[in-house]
Design a protein around this ligand. Structure first.
Ligand code: IPD
Ligand code: CA
Ligand code: CA
Length: 277
C-alpha cells in the first residue's frame, strides 16, 4: 500500500467534504437540528458529508472496512484489519451555533493503530495530514504544504492545555474537575475548543502543548493522534498505555506530556485523593 499517495487523496477528500460543510453553513437554520440524544446534535450536513467521504474512500481502498459516526455504511464491529475511521463533522455543536471551530476527520487504522489520516480545519482552510513514518504536514489554503512539529516546551508551567468538557456521562465529573482545578493553577491556561480533531491538530502544530479528554469515540481521534505522533509528540491513554483509540481516554502532548499524565493519574486513578474544591 502506497501510504504517501493515499494520504494525498485523503487530504483532498477531507477538503472536498469541508467545502460542502462550509457552503451549507451559509444557509443553515435551527429547523435542521436533530437530537441523537440529550446534548448530542446532528443534522443533514453531518450525514451528507459522511456519504460523500465514504463513497470516495470506498473507491480508493475497497478492501478497508468502515467505522463512522453517522453509520452510512455497514460498520466493522470487530475493528480488526484496515478500517476507515471517520467523523464527517467534528464540532457539530459549534457548527450549529455558527462558532467557526469545526472539522472533518478521516483516519485509516490497521487494528488499533492509525497509519494515515487528515484533519481539515474548515474555517481556517488548514488541512493537517500524516502517514506513518512520513512526518506531519499542514496544507494551508490548498497551496502551501508545511511540515509541522509539536511545541518545544518541556514543562507543564509553560503550557497551554486543551480539553473537552464531559457532556453526556457525568459519573466521573468530580475527578475531571479536580484535574481541571489542579491544571488551572499550574499552566498558561486551559481551552475547550469543541472539536477533538482540531485540539489534536493544534497539539501537532504547537499551538497547544497538550490535550486530554475521556469518553471520546475512535472517529474523534483516529487522524489526530497520528498527527501528534508524526509531529514528534507523545500519545497515551490515561494509564500511560496505548489503549486510547477504542477506549476513549486520550492524552496527547509534547515533551511535557509525562508531567501532565502524572496529574491525571493522581486524580483519575487514585480513588483516595480527591481534593475538596
Ligand atoms: C465532539 C467534539 C468535542 C468533544 C466531544 C465529541 P462531535 O464531537 O469532538 O470537542 O468534546 O467529546 O463528541 O459530536 O461534534 O462530532
Ligand atoms: Ca466528533
Ligand atoms: Ca461528528
Amino acid at each position: 500500500m502506497q501510504l504517501a499517495g493515499l494520504t494525498q487523496q485523503i487530504t483532498e477528500i477531507a477538503r472536498q467534504a469541508g467545502a460542502f460543510i462550509r457552503q451549507e453553513r451559509l444557509s443553515f437554520s435551527s429547523e435542521h437540528i436533530e437530537y441523537k440524544d440529550v446534548n448530542n446534535l446532528v443534522s443533514y450536513v453531518d450525514k451528507e458529508a459522511e456519504k460523500l467521504i465514504v463513497e470516495a474512500l470506498h473507491t480508493l481502498l475497497p478492501e478497508a472496512g468502515f467505522i463512522t459516526e453517522e453509520g452510512t455504511i455497514g460498520q466493522n464491529a470487530d475493528r480488526t484489519g484496515l478500517n476507515w475511521i471517520i467523523d464527517p463533522l467534528d464540532g457539530t455543536a459549534n457548527f450549529i451555533h455558527n462558532l467557526p471551530v469545526f472539522s472533518v476527520s478521516i483516519g485509516l487504522a490497521d487494528g488499533k493503530t492509525p497509519i494515515a489520516g487528515a484533519v481539515y480545519d474548515i474555517n481556517r482552510d488548514e488541512c493537517y495530514h500524516a502517514y506513518t513514518g512520513g512526518g506531519a504536514w499542514c496544507l494551508r489554503n490548498g497551496a502551501v504544504d508545511e511540515r509541522i512539529a509539536v511545541s518545544p516546551a518541556t514543562r507543564l508551567n509553560e503550557s497551554m492545555i486543551a480539553t473537552g468538557f464531559p457532556y453526556s456521562s457525568m459519573d466521573r465529573i468530580e475527578r475531571y474537575l479536580a484535574i481541571l482545578a489542579s491544571l488551572m493553577k499550574r499552566t498558561h491556561g486551559l481551552r475547550r475548543m469543541g472539536s477533538a480533531a482540531i485540539d489534536l491538530a493544534y497539539v501537532a502544530c504547537g499551538r497547544f502543548e497538550a490535550y486530554y479528554e475521556f469518553n471520546l469515540n475512535s472517529w474523534d481521534m483516529a487522524a489526530g493522534v497520528l498527527l501528534v505522533r508524526e509531529a514528534g509528540g507523545i500519545v497515551t491513554d490515561f494509564n500511560g498505555g496505548d489503549e486510547f483509540l477504542f477506549r476513549g481516554d486520550v492524552l496527547a502532548g509534547c515533551a511535557m506530556q509525562p508531567e501532565l499524565l502524572a496529574v491525571i493519574e493522581e486524580y483519575w486513578n487514585n480513588e483516595g485523593t480527591l481534593p475538596i474544591l
